[in-house]
Design a protein around this ligand. Structure first.
Ligand code: F6P
Length: 547
């Protein structure tokens, strides 16, 4: 299905023309109920989308687009375990990992829920033992530090959640994450930990990822160099993977492995055994709550009517900006500091999923697909990148994300945080007219001849859209719901564009080339296989360094 051939696409193109001359400030002035109307709540999360360039006609056409591109049918197919990842012939069932109602979900005629529950139970038992000091290291001491070695989906999800929910963590169990293969990151962590009291989690879906395996080998060598024997590895190394053979080859017994399945995409895997660092840090009960929050959002996505359906609304509004209003980028601006890794996590989730240029059947798309996702905690962004959002030449919608409660909240700080967040959204939407600037100058007693040259610089065009996502609380349940919300938003967009959101062939070419270039850097030949620029870079490094 080519979405650009649908009647709704044509309607939306026409509606977009009208929005070229409309300002959100006037839209609010004309419609006193707007602030109440464009709000939807689910799972303790409120989405206020009133500051978007949408109205009843736009929404109607967007819902028609979802209908005409078969979003509901694709959603049903995903939840039913159909192999919607067509290029890898795989089901896409992260929803099964948090299926707390435990209804059967079939893949190839077998219910996956018993296996899902069995791995969860093993992880919970392991975590209980380790957290209460009964899992002992080789010298009989309890574990004090956990080092997760992984990259991409095997790093970002657990890291982001452990940070987001830090106040729920166990104080005497420190978490560390190593992803970069630069050697410095692992060394810095190893300097801080004691081999007698450290547990390494080697997390890799494929267990072939060079960065992860290189770091894992370095950790293993460091551990053995501390006087430990090969037999002690079982007390200090566990693996999380779908590849038992490679785990054994590395030297970790599959008794110490927590498995998952090919129907769990790397960037959708924090709910699986990849979430082990979360379980160790926060404990089984909090992990269950995280799963429950996500499951509630899954049910909401499946059952809520379009105009109240958060993932559908967010997905369609994103399509509206990307395909009709010329805005290919979205900023993620969380205001609570503990959500500081959320933008990086969502960057992988969204851009690895929907950064595709062909439809499911292989035809080239002739419309924009996945948005460019970027961001940083909003309060810091205000003093950095927000200038461009307010007065730059690009139209870039934002997702403001704010939890209204969090453990250890200090009302004095929190009031400033909330005020800043709301102020930015208001300023972006309303802007400031030249006359308002002049009136400010006049009030401050600045003479007109001094004021006038500054008027264009102090004018804000406004009409810059944003979503406001308010979480009742920064706790496991709401964080679970928030992540699932974004997963389904990505799903909706992929379904509208008719692309496969669940493969990632685009990361393969660079990986292939890296292997050959590494050989060339080591003097193994093959440097002439590359373009002139790469050959020059290889020669430069070889002239300076021996590997
Ligand atoms: O290179 C991209 C990627 O395959 C991601 O999709 C994945 O999350 C990451 O690498 C890590 O892969 P693995 O868990 O197999 O080590």
């Amino acid at each position: 299905m080519n979405p650009s051939q649908t009647p709704a696409w044509k309607d939306l193109s026409q509606l977009a023309e009208a929005w070229k001359t409309r300002h959100l400030r006037e839209v609010f002035d004309k419609d006193p109920q707007r602030a109440q109307r464009y709000v939807a709540d689910a799972c303790g999360i409120q989405l206020d989308y009133s500051k978007h360039r949408v109205d009843a006609d736009t929404l109607k056409a967007l819902f028609a687009l979802a209908e005409q591109t078969g979003v509901a049918e694709r959603r049903a197919a995903m939840f039913a375990g159909e192999k919607i990842n067509n290029t890898e012939n795989r089901a896409v069932l992260h929803v099964a990992l948090r299926n707390r109602s435990n209804t059967p979900i079939q893949v190839d005629g077998a219910d996956v829920m018993p296996e899902v529950n069995a791995v969860l139970d093993r992880m919970f038992a392991f975590a209980d033992k380790l957290r209460c000091g009964l899992w002992l290291g080789r010298t009989g001491k309890a574990i004090t530090d956990v080092v997760n070695i992984g990259i991409g989906g095997s790093d970002l999800g657990p890291l982001m959640v452990c940070e987001a929910l830090k106040p729920y963590g166990q104080d005497d169990l420190r978490m560390h994450f190593v992803s970069n293969v630069d050697g410095a990151q692992i060394q810095q962590v190893l300097k801080k930990v004691n081999p007698e009291t450290t547990l390494f989690i080697i997390a890799s879906k494929t267990f072939t990822t060079i960065e992860t395996l290189t770091n894992a080998h370095s950790a293993r060598a460091w551990f053995l160099a501390s006087g430990a024997a090969e037999a002690d590895i079982a007390k200090h190394f566990v693996a999380v993977s779908t590849n038992g053979a490679a785990v054994s080859k590395f030297g970790i017994s599959t008794d110490n492995m927590f498995g998952f399945w090919d129907w769990v995409g790397g960037r959708y895997s924090l709910w699986s055994a990849i979430g082990l660092p979360i379980i160790l840090s926060l404990g089984p009960d909090n992990f269950r709550a995280l799963l429950e929050g996500a499951h509630e959002m899954d049910q909401h996505f499946l059952t809520a009517p379009a105009e109240k359906n958060l993932p559908l609304l967010m997905g369609l509004i994103g399509v509206w900006y990307g395909n009709f209003l010329g805005s290919p980028s979205t900023v993620i601006a969380p205001y609570n500091q503990n959500l500081h890794r959320l933008p990086a996590y969502l960057q992988q989730l969204d851009m690895e999923s929907n950064g595709k240029g062909v439809r499911r059947e292989g035809e080239k798309v002739e419309y924009g697909t996945g948005p460019i996702i970027w961001g940083e905690p909003g309060i810091n962004g205000q003093h950095a990148y927000f200038q461009l959002l307010h007065q730059g030449t690009h139209l870039i919608p934002l997702d403001f994300i704010l939890a209204l409660d969090q453990p250890g909240i200090d009302p004095k700080h929190h009031a400033i945080l909330i005020a800043s967040c709301f102020a930015q959204a208001a300023a972006l939407m309303r802007g400031k007219t030249p006359d308002e600037v002049r009136a400010e100058f006049a009030k401050a007693g600045v003479a007109a001849d001094k004021a006038e040259p500054l008027v264009p610089h102090k004018t804000f065009s406004g009409n810059r859209p944003s979503s406001m996502l308010l979480l009742d609380k920064l706790d496991p349940k709401h964080v679970g719901a928030l992540i699932a919300l974004y997963e389904h938003k990505v799903f909706v967009q992929g379904a509208v564009w008719g692309i496969n959101s669940y493969d990632q062939w685009g990361v393969e070419l660079g990986k292939q080339l890296a292997t050959g270039i590494e050989t060339a850097l080591k003097g193994g030949g093959g440097e002439l296989n590359y373009d002139a620029s790469t050959q020059r870079l290889i020669a430069l490094v070889r002239s300076r360094q021996q590997f």
